[in-house]
Design a protein around this ligand. Structure first.
Ligand SMILES: Cc1cc2nc3c(=O)[nH]c(=O)nc-3n(C[C@H](O)[C@H](O)[C@H](O)COP(=O)(O)OP(=O)(O)OC[C@H]3O[C@@H](n4cnc5c(N)ncnc54)[C@H](O)[C@@H]3O)c2cc1C
Length: 298
């Protein structure tokens, strides 16, 4: 299995791997990860559906995305799910799931059209009384210290965050679920543990590089990685969106963290301020300087 980026492989159709006709797949749990794995087995490994078995303990299918059947509206996910445009593996899956309602359309088409006509997007930072805007004027209003701390996180390598808890890093999320318990390197098994040729872990409690848990994307990504590795699928898994390597994304994030203020307007300790001014002076006339202007940071 390898990662890929861009359109060349996004539209490639892998050929049927050798021996797939003699194999069977047993998936424990009927959540999104297993369902995605089944879909990739059928679409990319061209495994016959009758060879795929899903074992679910609960009476309600769909796991955390419970497929609650309401006769008046169909299958619904309680509470809904936020999804963003760089859920690379999830959209790759949804493009192949046919719409139940629109002929020749996929679930991705439906999702995209719906979001076009009724954009599900808000800069509202907080709500009161279960839905009323807290009128935060679309601003974060972070202290300069907090904004700086978050910006420092942009450049912190993953390894430096191992063994940290949400009490150690700036975070507004409470311990909502087991996903947020303190963790250390190696406490989740790899998707394919070393040496395994017919066994994989799927979902939130398996380890895959660079992605962030607690998302539908993570479950679908681990499923895709498992199927592509175990069956030797001749197509790359879309890599996690490369925002951390794109200076434009980082500058744009800094712009929002500062609520549109310039870097030079931050109240910083004198040595930081002097270093910032010296740095900006050095950058003058460079491409980076142009980008700082474009993102209204200077
Ligand atoms: C409250 C909440 C809000 C969320 N919000 C978002 C969001 O906004 N955006 C987003 O992208 N993601 C969100 N997520 C995350 C996303 O919904 C989940 O990560 C994803 O659905 C998990 O899928 P999964 O298949 O990995 O695991 P699960 O959905 O947990 O599926 C595991 C399944 O395995 C079954 N099972 C367990 N043990 C056994 C056993 N021994 N034998 C047989 N069956 C077993 C369980 O019953 C379950 O059906 C949210 C999750 C929650 C809980």
């Amino acid at each position: 299995m390898y990662y890929t980026n861009g359109n060349y492989e996004a539209f490639a159709r892998p050929r049927k791997p050798q021996g797939v006709g003699e194999k069977q797949a047993w998936l424990v749990g009927g959540g999104l990860a297993s369902l995605a794995a089944a879909a990739f087995l059928v679409r990319d490994a061209q495994m016959d559906g009758s060879r795929i078995h899903i074992l679910e303990d609960s009476g309600l299918p769909g796991g955390a995305c419970d497929g609650l059947l309401r006769p008046d509206v169909g299958f619904v996910i309680r509470g809904g799910r936020e999804m963003e445009n760089h859920y690379e593996c999830l959209w790759d899956l949804f493009r192949s799931v046919p719409s139940l309602e629109v002929e020749d359309a996929s679930v991705l088409d439906e999702f995209y059209w719906l979001n076009h006509d009724d954009p599900n997007y808000s800069k509202n930072r907080a709500t009161l009384k279960q839905g009323a805007s807290a009128d935060t004027k679309n601003r974060f209003e972070l202290s300069d210290e907090a904004a700086l701390e978050l910006m420092r996180l942009f450049f912190t390598p993953d390894e430096a965050l191992y063994d940290k808890t949400i009490d150690d890093v700036p975070c507004m999320m409470p311990y909502v679920t087991a996903f947020f318990m303190p963790r250390a390197a190696g406490d989740r098994p790899d998707v394919i543990p070393e040496g395994c040729v017919n066994f994989a872990f799927l979902g939130q409690f398996a380890e895959t590089p660079r992605d962030t848990i607690f998302t539908t994307e993570y479950s679908v990504r681990t499923a895709m990685e498992a199927v592509y590795t175990l069956l030797g699928i001749e197509r790359g898994v879309p890599e996690v969106y490369a925002s951390v390597y794109d200076v434009r994304c980082l500058l744009n994030a800094a712009h929002y963290l500062l609520d549109g203020r310039r870097l030079t307007e931050m109240k910083l300790p004198l040595p930081y301020k002097m270093a910032l001014h010296a740095g900006l002076e050095k950058l003058r006339g460079t491409t980076l300087d142009e980008l700082l202007v474009r993102y209204e940071l200077v």
